[in-house]
Design a protein around this ligand. Structure first.
Ligand code: GDP
Ligand code: MG
Length: 597
């Protein structure tokens, strides 16, 4: 395809503003997929993505479009994830395209992730076409939202296209705008091959699939390619494009986006952002690379049933093959036995992996308290990374502790502003900015990540009845007065419940935690003390009183089937419990005990 007949673009939007629906409409309108094969959200392929209506991995589709000027165009759409955890994936896939459609729900206006995502597009020097979506809704207010786009983002919205991805209104105009307003890619067909490795994943049939954007030169089936990062050479056995199903083709030229397979063993052997060239006569100058996504949240995953440890290992290894941003190492816990310490990009990422293990591999899991990475500066001058509060070294050797902090941007209607400020203050936040974007307040806070990872987003949603939007970026490490809090159940420390807390909040946190645990742990035949301690000092204590009667006692002599049912229920519930000394703690307690409210 001639360069001037190619357009590469992505769609940026806040979650739920209609990115996937718009992509579906573009695919449908151009006949890329026969109508009978259309299903909602064509690009969101993974089950969990469909269920939650979110896109996790970047997806791509090639669309053929005959424009009003009479020429045939190839439009390559890269759909990017919309959630904060995956900001990194957004920024890297933006480098593979020249333009973006900025989708804003005309009944809602600009939200925090609209801003975060559009900034990625601007960083990548994109031409941007604003789209006001959902104009079929009575609450849609195009003038107000267009003005907001100009005020808050600072881009010209006078040419914004009014669209209803639901009814199909404005879709033709959108396709024309892609052709007439977005720039064609540049590239040199006769230059040595230079291709950008945009993404890679594992496919059960084809092995590792590598998504590439050709910058210069031509990539052909049978070519020997070299990964510039590590010099490894691979023969290309397949080349293709997504429409959105895989279609095999013979070559990809400059400006094109497609995939290759080259008997690469695992996803970890491919580096996103790497430059691919030919083994012989290749280019010498690599593209500027990306730095790999670093996990920021760690937690332990343990099988409820210790016998399932090997199955868990197997599932984690399989998932990691396809997700280089997910890290793991074996962990042993006095209380929970063998498991894995896993690193994630954020809480959603954690939940997605956990759900997939439970669902696709049918393993019940205990998830320990999520923790961020602390830097422990030791008295001997060394700097240790702490991924697990249980590994906290003895305080006598510690000089000080540094924790990661984030810059959080929150957009919220005025009436909830007070609650949001209070929430941020409660979480040790420092206000950096407070401005207005139309009728909404935009607050910027410097917050410790450890106060955010657990349930900040849930709390924010609940205090604002779902009207706040939130986005964050890491800003760096800062020293603070942090201590390790241990929980003792029946005088035994439960390492899986250890957390790092700020000294000033330790009593309050400890009290909240033991009160929660008192409700979460079922009564036993004996009294159970539940304590929170810092070092050797107990800061909070509750006592769970002993059970009085056998649950089935009242059934004696009566209905035997009812008694049997109760016992079965008990047995089932037991499977979700873990034994700690003499005490059984339900799986759910590990997560719930840490929720702060
Ligand atoms: P995404 O999170 O940005 O991918 O958003 P989706 O495409 O999943 O859309 C979120 C919700 O908005 C879904 O329930 C869609 O059916 C709905 N939606 C999308 N576009 C329109 C539209 O133009 N009009 C109306 N009324 N609803 C829409
Ligand atoms: Mg979507």
């Amino acid at each position: 395809t001639d360069l001037d007949k190619i357009r590469n673009f992505s769609i940026v939007a806040h979650i739920d503003h209609g990115k996937s629906t718009l992509a579906d409409r573009l695919i449908q309108e151009t006949g890329t997929v026969a109508l009978r094969d259309m299903q909602a959200q064509m690009l969101d392929s993974m089950d969990i993505e469909r269920e939650r209506g979110i896109t996790i991995k970047a997806n791509t589709v090639r669309i053929n479009y005959k424009a009003d000027d009479g020429f045939d165009y190839v439009l390559n759409l890269i759909d990017t994830p919309g959630h904060v955890d995956f900001a990194y994936e957004v920024s890297r896939s933006m480098r593979a395209v020249e333009g973006s459609l900025l989708v804003v729900d005309a009944s809602q206006g600009v939200e925090a992730q609209t801003l975060a995502n559009v900034y990625h597009a601007l960083d990548a020097d994109h031409e941007i076409v604003p789209i006001l979506n959902k104009i079929d809704l009575p609450a849609a207010d195009c003038d107000r939202v267009a003005e907001q786009i100009e005020d808050v983002i600072g881009i010209d919205a006078s040419g914004a296209i009014q669209v209803s991805a639901k009814t199909g209104q404005g879709i033709h105009e959108t396709l024309e705008a892609i052709v007439t307003r977005l720039p064609a890619p540049k590239g040199d067909r006769s230059a040595p091959l230079k291709a950008m490795l945009v993404d890679s994943w594992y496919d059960a049939y084809l092995g590792v699939i590598v998504l590439v954007r050709i910058i210069d030169g031509v990539l052909k089936k049978g070519d020997k390619i070299r990964m510039m990062q590590n010099g490894s050479v691979h023969p290309v056995d397949r080349i293709g494009v997504f429409k959105p199903g895989m279609i095999m083709i013979d070559e990809l030229g400059p400006g094109e986006i497609g995939f290759l397979t080259a008997s690469i063993k695992q996803v970890r052997d491919t580096r996103v952002g790497d430059t691919i060239t030919h083994e012989k006569g290749g280019c010498t100058q690599a593209l500027p690379g990306f730095k790999p996504a670093q996990p920021v949240v760690f937690c332990g995953l343990f099988p409820v049933d210790a016998a399932e440890f090997e199955d868990l290992r197997d599932s984690i290894e399989k998932l990691a093959l396809n997700d280089a941003s997910f890290s793991y190492e074996m962990e042993t816990s006095a209380a929970l036995g063998f498991g894995f310490r896993c690193g994630f990009l954020g809480l959603l990422h954690l939940e997605v992996i956990r759900d997939r293990i439970e669902r696709e591999y049918d393993i019940d899991l205990i998830t320990t308290a999520p923790s961020v990475i602390y830097h422990i500066l030791m008295k001997d001058g060394t700097d240790q990374e702490l991924h697990n509060p249980a590994d906290m070294p003895d305080l006598t050797y510690v000089e000080h502790i540094k924790e990661p902090r984030i810059k959080a941007t929150i957009l919220v209607p005025d009436e909830y502003l007070g609650d949001v400020l209070k929430l941020c203050q409660d979480r040790r936040g420092v206000q950096l900015d407070l401005t207005y974007a139309g009728s909404r307040a935009m607050v910027v806070y410097d917050l410790p990540l450890n106060e955010v990872v657990f349930d900040f987003y849930d709390r924010l949603k609940s205090v604002t009845k779902g009207y706040a939007s939130f986005d964050y970026q890491m800003i760096g490490y800062q020293e603070d007065f942090l201590v390790k809090m241990t929980v003792l159940v029946n005088e035994e420390p439960v390492d899986a419940l250890s957390t790092m807390v700020h000294r000033d909040r330790a009593e309050q946190r400890g009290r909240a935690m033991v009160e929660k645990l008192k409700d979460l742990i079922p009564r036993h035949m004996f009294k159970i003390p539940i304590q929170a301690a810092i070092g050797g000092r107990v800061v909070a204590r509750e006592t769970l009183s002993a059970m009085r009667k056998d649950v089935t006692a009242k059934c004696y002599g009566g209905d035997m089937t009812r008694k049997k049912k109760l016992l079965e229920k008990q047995k089932k519930g037991k499977k979700k419990m873990r034994q700690f000394g003499k005490v059984e703690i339900p799986q759910q307690a590990f997560i719930n005990a840490l929720k702060m409210d």
